[in-house]
Design a protein around this ligand. Sequence first.
Ligand SMILES: [Zn+2]
Ligand SMILES: [Zn+2]
Length: 285
Amino acid sequence: MNERLYQWFGGRSAVCATQHGKEQAMGPLLAQHAGIQLFTLPEFDTDRFGTFTREIPRAGSMIEAARAKAISAAEIACVDLAIASEGSFGPHPSFGLIAGNLEIVLLLDRRHGLEIVGQHLTTNVRWVHGVVHSTEQALELAQRGGFPSHAMVVRRSENDPVGMIKGLNDEESFVQAVQHLLATNEGRPIFIESDLRAHCNPTRMQNIRCATLDLLEEMARFCPACGAPGFQRMEAIPGLLCRWCRLPTSLPSAYRFECNRCGHQLTQTVEESFADPGQCSFCNP
Ligand SMILES: [Zn+2]
Ligand SMILES: [Zn+2]
């Protein structure tokens, strides 16, 4: 328990804007470190804010989508504290050929006028997708995606939602769905993909947990000007000098922080004076 965080959040109830069991990943951590009690709204429909299966595109950025969910849930539940999360999958920004998962968790505190965001970017991903011509091919691809502990979606084609079946997590119903669609798709192959909803993909659930830990770290940094939690690390400024050649590397030499409430900013240099030459593109190309 962080005493200072507890003064701001201890004993407060927060609505968790999710219908996919994310409170299981976030709730215990928020309770343990900040004294926040999470609850969910059984009827809250998060699909209208966008789906991974593309029937409903997400409006705006990840943060905008998470904010919209948090505001909506807080209004429905009549509370002043809400937590929402948003995830995305794609090529990892630093290792283009490897799949990455970015998870953000947003805390909205209307009592104190705070919006604090935690995030986690990782290559720890169970995500497969592709066209298949047979049951064997479908099973092989699904198993590479961690099936059956990680559920699958079966559909006619990549963007056709008609007849799509989500949340398939046992071999019998998966094979049945694949065979049925193959038989009724006029000889064309079908498309299968990982079901990326949190309750269907335990690897993603782990990543949401990591993003929640990052949120707590951001919350626990207090603004030196106004004292509010959430003196957020906004940006890493590269250029730490190499110990051997003294040329700038891509490692951060400083971080820029900004208060989410009063806007106070601070640039703080890192503790290390030099970068390991192993990280230098000149000494270790
Ligand atoms: Zn401040
Ligand atoms: Zn060097």
